[in-house]
Design a protein around this ligand. Structure first.
Ligand SMILES: Nc1nc2c(ncn2[C@@H]2O[C@H](COP(=O)(O)OP(=O)(O)O)[C@@H](O)[C@H]2O)c(=O)[nH]1
Ligand SMILES: [Mg+2]
Ligand SMILES: [Zn+2]
Length: 307
């Protein structure tokens, strides 16, 4: 058995149980889990391998084990195809920033919904605390309050000063974690800080335009020196809401999910329906208005016809 550490779409890097690394490829086509994906094998997959060339450390992937879970995004080239980002995850960690660049709450919510939909526990780390002035500090406290009430862990970190890097490492220990977030939030810097001898390319955000800047494109997994594995997902701007219907969207807002049985109509979408428990909770403040706004915005973007 071996674990996939990197996938470029045409070849892979895998490590066997002894930690030996190989270049791997597949022969022919693989169809897995009954899903149509643009990439048959993803980072995190457990695979069977056969030696192809001993000298070149190259192997053929002959089989793939059932995935415990996986996370996909919509293929940029074709909206009807999925691209598996990573599999067999214990948790997903979103890196966000309130300055240079600013992560929107809508983006955070879409990330959390995607993680909920795949049953992957998630937490949010706000980085670049050293840049925050009073305005950003207040914003952080407000956002932390919103998400912690729902049950998500929220941390404030500065890789620059080292503040709270240790608690983030503690969160990662002995787990397989998908690291996500906009370009420029500090993912590569964090990995470099955790691995003193690694030199991942980091990105200068001085000319930040907010879109389209990537330094690398393929997800890659790293063994953490203190136990556990982390998967960096460069260039992924957004996970993309895959296969979520309007009807089930509220199931992925934990604070709404607990109320949906109290709505008068069992097919309530919590917008215009009378006797809606979710809207009542928004009114009395149990559900935060920002989250409800995200819900409504996302609901509008779901095009039922595509399912
Ligand atoms: N001020 C400040 N800058 C940071 C911090 N962490 C990372 N950066 C900078 O943010 C930029 C983008 O970081 P990078 O790791 O490439 O982001 P990635 O796209 O998420 O991998 C780089 O110029 C880093 O030096 C931090 O805690 N504070
Ligand atoms: Mg990076
Ligand atoms: Zn309702």
């Amino acid at each position: 058995m071996a674990t996939v550490y990197k996938s470029t779409g045409s070849w892979y890097i895998v490590k066997d149980d002894t930690g030996r690394q190989y270049n791997a490829r597949i022969l022919g086509r693989f169809k897995i889990d009954g899903i149509t994906s643009t990439n048959p094998i993803a980072v995190g997959d457990q695979v069977s391998i056969e030696t192809e060339n001993e000298q070149e450390d190259s192997v053929i992937i002959t089989a793939i084990s059932n995935r415990k879970n996986y996370i996909t995004r919509v293929s940029p080239a074709n909206k009807h195809q999925h691209h598996i980002i990573a599999s067999n995850l214990d948790q997903s960690l979103l890196f966000a920033t309130l300055k240079d660049p600013k992560t929107s709450q809508g983006f955070i919510d879409r990330f959390l919904i995607t993680s909920e939909a795949y049953h992957i526990p998630s937490a949010i780390v706000f980085n670049k605390a050293d840049l925050y002035k009073k305005k950003e500090e207040e914003k952080f406290n407000a956002v932390k309050d919103i998400y912690e009430k729902i049950g998500y862990k929220v941390l404030l970190m500065s890789i620059e000063t080292g503040e709270a890097v240790e608690p983030v490492k503690a969160l990662l220990k002995d787990k397989i974690t998908l690291l996500s977030g906009h370009s420029g939030v500090g993912k590569s810097t964090f990995i470099n800080a955790v691995f003193p001898d690694m030199k991942l390319k980091t990105q200068d955000v001085s000319g930040w335009s907010g879109k389209g800047l990537h330094t690398t494109t393929f997800a890659e997994m790293y063994d953490l020196p203190f136990g556990g594995k982390i998967i960096d997902t460069p260039g992924i701007r957004e996970l993309g809401l895959v296969d979520i219907s309007k009807q089930e969207l509220s199931h992925y807002f934990p604070e709404m999910k607990v109320l949906i049985n109290d709505c008068q109509f069992n097919n309530c979408m919590h917008v215009n329906e009378p006797g809606c428990a979710v809207k009542a909770a928004v009114k009395d403040g149990t559900i935060h208005m920002d989250r409800y706004i995200s819900y409504c915005n996302i609901l509008e973007t779901i095009n039922e016809k595509s399912y």
